[in-house]
Design a protein around this ligand. Sequence first.
Ligand SMILES: Nc1ncnc2c1ncn2[C@@H]1O[C@H](COP(=O)(O)OP(=O)(O)O)[C@@H](O)[C@H]1O
Ligand SMILES: Cc1ncsc1CCOP(=O)(O)O
Ligand SMILES: [Mg+2]
Length: 266
Amino acid sequence: MNHKLIECLKAVRQTTPLVQAITNYVTVNDCANILLAAGASPAMCEASDEVFEFSQMVNALYLNVGTLTKEQEMSMYLAVRGASLKGNPIILDPVACGAIPRKKETIERLHKFGQFTVIKGNLGEIKALAGVEAKVRGVDSLDEGEDGLESCKKLAQEYGCVVAATGKTDIVTNGQRACLIENGTEILTRITGAGCMAGALVAGFCGANNDAFLSTAAALLTMSIAGELAQEAPGGDLPGTFRVHLIDQISLMDEEALKRGRVQWL
Ligand SMILES: Nc1ncnc2c1ncn2[C@@H]1O[C@H](COP(=O)(O)OP(=O)(O)O)[C@@H](O)[C@H]1O
Ligand SMILES: Cc1ncsc1CCOP(=O)(O)O
Ligand SMILES: [Mg+2]
């Protein structure tokens, strides 16, 4: 099965998927750069008078509610409608939905405008969206991982989409199939944007491949292994240097590196 994840990465490099992002201003540049490094083409198009048409011409739409403004909220409704008209994949990162009720309410309204393909968040965010008690601090998860797979499956079945919860072990499921990704490094939690960048990569991989479950697993595995390699690079134990190496390692990611993958297929 791991060879299928390698094929997902190759498809990104071969097809250069166009990914529209309506995302937060904290990590927007990181998301654009990580998409470019992976071989995709980012377009941070979010003006409410542009998004309906643009979302119909992209390979994937990435929505991230980290700094959700009223203009972004209006644009997200329009972009979800536009992407849905063409069957373009829609990837949602529900940043801080466990800490800020308005974000969860907006996500529930967005779901009435179109079908999400993937919901990717940290475990605290996923549990909160699933209506399960979650331990969060702002945009961060304090969850130790108990009941993680059950919460992901519950949300996947409720929304009819792939759900991924990141953390020490990443969980990916479509409600039936599931996998656990053991790779990664704790220093990924010491830069802002690791989750946002992971979400952008999920959108890029979904824009180049038809299987959203495998695409999500491949994107998160790529992110985690890039984190391991970035930490091993000179100065990689320092967050600022690590962040630069992370993008470099995404650009260098190949079949050999992906063989580091420790993925449990359930
Ligand atoms: N304790 C950890 N050990 C190893 N990797 C981790 C750990 N926590 C998070 N990661 C990795 O860091 C990235 C961001 O995950 P996370 O911190 O959960 O997202 P967010 O930044 O949205 O809270 C993911 O690739 C995840 O696999
Ligand atoms: C700090 C912060 N505040 C609003 S969005 C954001 C970035 C969150 O990034 P990530 O989810 O990757 O930690
Ligand atoms: Mg996050």
